[in-house]
Design a protein around this ligand. Structure first.
Ligand SMILES: [Zn+2]
Length: 100
């Protein structure tokens, strides 16, 4: 049986960014004591101005990456629509003023 990974499914949107957490576990005999620290993937996101961190299993990373990308695509699309709405409204109002 396959473990289900978080954020799977094509329509999921996530606003945030993937980061790598680094830490030393504190065991004096561990390789991290004088070498490279332990790393784990995590999702950094903010809600109401507060930054939160969700540590991830490495199996979750591809789906999270996909969902982050889905958000970027959707946000770019929305921005494009908002700009064209602004352009249309500006033209409409300028024309109306000209006729007045
Ligand atoms: Zn360690």
């Amino acid at each position: 049986m396959q473990k289900q990974s978080a954020g799977s499914g094509s329509g999921v949107l996530i606003r945030g960014s993937l980061i790598t957490l680094k830490r030393k576990c504190g065991k004096p005999t561990c390789a991290c004591a004088d070498g490279a620290p332990h790393t784990s993937p995590a999702l950094s996101y903010s809600v109401k101005g507060k930054t939160r961190i969700l540590t991830l299993r490495s199996a979750d990373v591809p789906a999270i990456r996909q969902a982050l990308n889905n958000y970027k695509v959707a946000a770019a699309e929305l921005e494009k629509k908002a700009l064209s709405g602004l352009r249309l409204t500006t033209l409409k109002i300028m024309n109306a003023k000209r006729r007045a």
